[in-house]
Design a protein around this ligand. Structure first.
Ligand code: 2AM
Ligand code: CA
Length: 287
């Protein structure tokens, strides 16, 4: 890639921008939630976007630009139609923004949506924030600097660290389903097999929070096909810094369309089980 225009920012610097942007957006989507969300559909009749997704994304981009005008910003809502390209010389930093992760929950006013902001340097996520306004929690991590959860109710900040994992048949496993009906049907067949081999299944509806749930021990494992980088970049860093393995469904390097996250020993067992059940990595639309 082209050499960056100036000195690269520190991971803590990027984290502090991500924190400001994500927490401001989380306050906006809860505090300014209008009566009429102006919900429209995207890739399928069940894939929703609201005017608050757009306002949240605009606020995040504005906050990032205030500090880092030359960075590339890729947001879920702008990416479909008009990716925001780097302004001037590439700075070496790319921001991945999910302005509301779990939009369906948000539309139903169902707990379990988040704002996700991640900064990457040369394709590696180095700072990430997932703000969960319903529960008053903010998850944050820097590469090599650990993962933390700030709880606004207790005022405490907890370092996240995975304990020993349960065996697969005692594991609480989260997953999610695509917006595309045919893909969903296949994913449901896989879950129907898996549910008899684990403690139970959870389908909470926001990938970023599912990853942070693994990091916090609220579930033992999570897998999903069909995700984009903005869905998982920040949550994957939080989970990874808490000691989880984050890979594709077949154990190869994590990529858009294929994410599996758990303590490394449990991840190995889950990958094997999904391979046996099949169709394994092909249960999502891919990239
Ligand atoms: P969203 O709420 O931002 O749309 C639900 O299973 C989780 O997966 C949510 O985080 C949802 O993100 C994401 N998701 C589901 N299908 C997706 C798709 N086709 N593209 C991108 N994200 C998807
Ligand atoms: Ca999303």
């Amino acid at each position: 890639m082209t050499a960056p225009a100036g000195p690269l920012p520190s991971r803590d610097e990027l984290l502090s921008i991500a924190l400001e942007a994500a927490t401001a957006a989380a306050s906006l989507i809860t505090g300014d939630r209008p009566e009429d969300l102006g919900a429209e559909t995207k890739s399928s009749p069940t894939d929703l976007v609201t005017l608050m997704d757009r306002r949240s994304e605009a606020l995040i981009a504005e906050t990032i630009r205030r500090y880092r005008p030359d960075d590339r910003i890729v947001g879920e809502e702008a990416a479909g139609a008009d990716p925001v390209d780097p302004v001037g010389e590439p700075s070496g930093v790319t921001w991945w923004v999910d302005p509301i992760d779990g939009t369906t929950n948000y539309v139903y006013d169902h707990p379990g949506y988040a704002v996700s902001v991640a900064a990457q340097l040369d394709g590696r996520t180095v700072a990430g924030v997932v703000a969960d306004p319903t529960h008053g929690r903010v998850y944050r991590a820097t590469l090599g600097g650990g993962a933390f959860c700030d709880d606004e109710h207790t005022g405490r900040s907890l370092r996240l660290d995975l304990g020993d994992p349960p065996p697969l048949d005692r594991a609480l496993v989260a997953t999610g389903f695509s917006y595309l009906p045919d893909v969903r049907a296949t994913q449901a067949r896989v879950v129907a097999e898996l549910i008899a081999r684990v403690r139970d299944i959870r389908r909470m509806g926001a990938a970023a929070l599912d990853l942070c749930s693994v990091a916090s021990g609220r579930v033992d494992a999570y897998y999903e096909a069909g995700l984009s980088v903005w869905d998982y970049a920040a949550g994957a860093l939080v989970a990874g810094e808490a000691g989880a393995s984050v890979t594709a469904l077949d154990g190869s390097q994590v990529r858009p369309g294929s994410v599996l996250c758990a303590h490394p020993r449990l991840a190995e067992r889950l990958i094997e089980e999904l391979r046996v059940i099949g169709p394994g990595d092909s249960i999502g639309p891919g990239e």
